[in-house]
Design a protein around this ligand. Structure first.
Ligand code: DX5
Ligand code: ZN
Length: 223
């Protein structure tokens, strides 16, 4: 599967979000990773549906991958569907009825993603493999950008890859958290095909200095 690079808006300068998103898309990003945090499911607060609506109104119609770190989740699924994201990914711990939430995403014409936190066991995949189009492996604990990559994520990637390869439809494998030019190659070798690049990933400013790792990330993935 062709690799997809999805920079996270969490690392962006929000006073210039439209410009930042355009810059990473021009640098070669394939999709924008939209980290939504509610200060309830995770101990941080980020953006809501209005911000994606604004980007769409500004003519940014590129693929967006909405990562919902919120609880309860269903109402926000509905609101984000209005902005036609490519994917909406949810944490199984954030809904009482995961099968229904995943069906709601697909009914809204987005692809459904299931997010596995570092401590979430792979068994959550067992009953919903035919309801998902992407598995997101969290290689940090959700809630913040700029954290360090959890090395055991590599074996988790390989284990999930062997499960999703048995499905009768395409399921992408995304890695999210602490991805840098120095470890993205190992993540790809372990089976990831979709990469969230946050801090130090893809031009987003870090402490006000422009960090341009796009060429290194592209090179690491031979794209
Ligand atoms: C963390 C988010 C990640 C994070 C990635 O909860 O889901 O997408 O923003 O940022 P880095 O790549 O800096 O870890
Ligand atoms: Zn994320």
């Amino acid at each position: 599967m062709e690799p997809i690079i999805a920079p996270s808006i969490l690392a962006a300068d929000f006073s210039r979000l439209g410009e930042e998103v355009s810059n990473v898309l021009h640098a070669g990003a394939d999709m924008i990773h939209f980290d939504v945090m509610d200060n309830h499911y995770v101990p941080n607060l980020s953006v809501g549906p209005l911000v994606l609506q604004s980007l769409r109104k500004a003519g940014i119609n590129d693929p967006v991958d909405v990562h919902l770190m919120v609880k309860p989740v269903d109402r926000l699924v509905e609101e984000f569907l209005d902005s036609q994201p490519a994917y909406i990914s949810v944490h199984p711990e954030s809904t009482e009825h995961l099968h229904r939430t995943l069906a709601m995403i697909r009914a809204g014409k987005a692809k459904a993603g299931l997010v596995l936190n570092p401590a979430t066991p792979l068994e959550v995949l067992d009953e919903v493999l035919d309801c998902i189009d992407l598995v997101l492996i969290m290689s940090v604990n959700p809630g913040f950008g700029g954290q360090s990559f959890i090395p055991s994520s590599l074996t988790k990637l390989a284990r999930v890859k062997s499960i999703i390869d048995k499905a009768d439809h395409e399921i992408r494998l995304q890695i999210d958290g602490g991805i840098k030019p120095s470890n993205i190659g190992a993540a790809a070798a372990a089976g990831a095909d979709t990469f969230v690049a946050g801090y130090e990933g893809y031009l987003f400013d870090l402490d006000g200095t422009l960090v341009d790792t796009a060429p290194d990330i592209n090179a690491a993935l031979n794209v």
